[in-house]
Design a protein around this ligand. Structure first.
Ligand SMILES: Nc1ncnc2c1ncn2[C@@H]1O[C@H](COP(=O)(O)OP(=O)(O)O)[C@@H](O)[C@H]1O
Ligand SMILES: NC(=O)OP(=O)(O)O
Length: 320
């Protein structure tokens, strides 16, 4: 039987839920690694991607706070690279530990990943990606006046700084990522959606933005010819009428049906909508491919068709 290959995109709560200390984030990632090891035990090849919104925003603030002539502040693309290295390093340690406990021998590596974006992407004129900590409305408005940075309310959770989030066009490292995973290694890549870059006559140039990790993961899953894209977040399913008395969870669902719910406004912009859009794009790229949206706890069951929202050209089922 053909070996399965999946791209697993880790949402915010897989790395940080509340406590932003290095210790707490590493503990969260250890829990995440315990769930992901089920894929390895079943012989499935995995590429892990992850978000970086809270981390890249905090790194940027640290840069600003320590800024001096001798210690200049680094730009946002470089902060993105720092976040890839930091989270990738933590994830490597976490996976190594769990693999050792289970007696599995596997190599794991993080690839610093550059993602090409279009300089003319309309996202540069309309910053939408929340990064860093949450503020009260009052604090956010004061910071906007003092710094000129943009802040927006983030899905009822508070105010956050927002930066441009252009769509991924291509992934510079996709071939090396594919070779590594096809040789049986565990690869961590497109962390934080990848480092946004443009190609110029003088070479590759970093761009100050943060790419959505679900769109970058979808692009990578297509480029490495993955069988499934698994988007892990805080909810077990995608819902229609989310948080209303009429809320229903979606199980196996076709692209057409999910698109029609999306057009009716069931999925919140900046949270579930990009996941649904990425899910549809991946599933419609090939009839053999599926996208799963579920929580970390149900990741493996969802792969076996027993949980989660599963989007493909065929599926069609509302659970309850
Ligand atoms: N229709 C919906 N179905 C399920 N969750 C939804 C829906 N609309 C909004 N959400 C919210 O979107 C969240 C996922 O988005 P977000 O927290 O930004 O993702 P991430 O896990 O990648 O950080 C869910 O935890 C849920 O609170
Ligand atoms: N880059 C990115 O999408 O990060 P979050 O998932 O943390 O917002």
């Amino acid at each position: 039987m053909k070996k399965q290959k999946v791209v697993i995109a880790l949402g915010g709560n897989a790395i940080q839920s509340g406590d932003a200390s290095a210790e707490a984030q590493q503990l969260a990632l250890e829990n995440t690694a315990r769930q992901l090891v089920g894929f390895i035990e079943k012989g499935i090849d995995i590429i892990i991607s992850h978000g970086n919104g809270p981390q890249v925003g905090n790194i940027l603030l640290q840069q600003k706070a320590a800024h001096s002539d001798k210690n200049p502040q680094m730009p946002l693309d470089t902060c993105g690279a720092m976040s890839q290295g930091m989270i990738g390093y933590w994830m490597q340690n976490a996976m190594d530990k769990v693999l050792k406990e289970r007696g599995i021998e596997k190599n794991i590596a993080t690839i610093v990943t550059r993602v090409v974006v279009d300089q003319k992407d309309p996202a540069f004129k309309n910053p939408t990606k929340p990064i860093g900590p949450f503020y009260s409305e009052e604090e956010a408005k004061r910071l906007m006046e003092e710094t000129g940075a943009k802040f927006k309310e983030d899905a009822g959770r508070g105010w956050r700084r927002v930066v441009p989030s252009p769509l991924p066009v291509s992934i510079k490292e996709h071939s090396v990522i594919q070779s590594l995973v096809d040789e049986g290694n565990i690869v961590i890549s497109v962390g934080g959606g990848g480092i946004p870059v443009i190609e110029t006559e003088n070479g590759v140039k970093g761009i100050e933005a943060v790419i959505d990790k679900d769109f970058a993961s979808q692009k990578l899953a297509e480029l490495v010819n993955a069988d499934a894209l698994i988007i892990l977040t805080a909810v077990d399913h995608v819902y229609v009428d989310f948080n209303k008395p009429t809320q229903r969870k979606l199980g196996e669902i076709s692209i057409g049906e999910l698109s029609s719910y999306s057009q009716s406004g069931h999925f919140a912009a900046g949270s579930m909508l990009p996941k649904v859009q990425a899910a549809i794009q991946f599933a419609q790229s090939n009839p053999e491919r599926k996208t799963i949206i579920t929580s970390l706890d149900f990741a493996f069951e969802a792969m076996e068709g027993k949980a989660g929202t599963v989007i493909s050209m065929q599926g069609e089922k509302i659970l309850s």
